[in-house]
Design a protein around this ligand. Sequence first.
Ligand code: GDD
Ligand code: MN
Length: 379
Amino acid sequence: MFTLILPTYNEKENIKEFLPILESLFTKHKINYEIIVVDDDSPDLTWQFVQNYSIKNPRIRVIRRVTEKGLSSAVVTGMASSNGEILGIMDADMQHDESILPKMIELLRDFDLVIGSRRTVDGSYGEMNWYRRVLSYGATILAKIMLPIKTNDPMSGFFVLNKQVFEQSKDRINPRGYKILLELLAKNPKIKISELGYSFRKREHGETKLSGTVMQQYIIALIDLRFGSFISWTFIKYGITGFLGVFINLFGQFIFNTTSNSFQTLDSKNNFLFPSTAVAFGFELSVVFNFFLNNFWTFEDRSKKGFKNASAAFLKFNSISLIGFMIQYSSWFFLLQVFQFYFPHLFPELTTYIANLIGIIIATATNYKLNNSYTWAEK
Ligand code: GDD
Ligand code: MN
């Protein structure tokens, strides 16, 4: 059986026209099929339309998702509940040319995955905007540079595959953004692929959901697919937060010094009376700042909400920051002795910075480990 998966978001007008076209195409070519529409609770009630439609034709059904969103994850949901041994994915807005589907399915006898491509001899972008073409072209080039892929249209949302390919990689697929095909290709580098050209059609109803966020997610997905096993995005965000925190820290110290200055806290020699209080103030200010940024950005997927949860997390974060500070301070102190012993000729001005930098790195790494598994522990 052939399972066609149609992800939808506000496509009622399109799907109304498209389902009958698909039914007669499959009947004409004697293809044993089922159609799964995966709808993310569209406000235009696409799901309801398909629900009613499926009474007439039980080969068509709808999965209405209410807690999950996103094109790629919709495709994965559809694949996971498919009955066919052959799967097909295409847009529901009729921009993809369904008439090449029978040929694509036929090609699956010799290939594992066949892509409907806008970038082959028979393919074209049709009347697509010039800036969308540039974007698509740029994204394709980028993908080709970063990943060992052989297709000319890795951005295509139109492809058929043997279900085997999905089964092999299902637990390694990260369903981000739009790029489910790219994900499948990257996770299955050995499969045999082929492409078939078609000409991209104009959208008649509704509008595209491709947005700035989708493009940003795409770039992140690419880097992740390429280097995913080496870096953690959470750690990078944590590092950026910590880096910003350094400036907040210095700013806090500065503010404290200048304001306490106006309260006449200088001694007779014009020295600040409370230099260490200023340092402590800067430190605490940066702890507060870093906590909020980490809670709502770095660990956004595990963010602590509500006063009780957030303040408990804040206390943990604060203690870990203090531990981190002690680690940094003692590393610096220790390394300084070591450097002065082994490299007595190096400038002390230089060694103190190097020692401190290493201290900061050690402290950040331990801090991160602790916060990651304790303050924002995964449930
Ligand atoms: N369930 C679900 N959830 N479906 C979605 C979502 C979502 O969050 N976002 C988009 N869709 C559905 C749309 O309803 C449509 O059927 C299909 O996914 C494609 O979305 P469009 O918004 O029409 O994309 P496009 O035409 O701008 O983008 C085209 O080019 C891209 C790359 O250049 C499509 O061909 C994409 O498939 C392709 O990746
Ligand atoms: Mn479209």
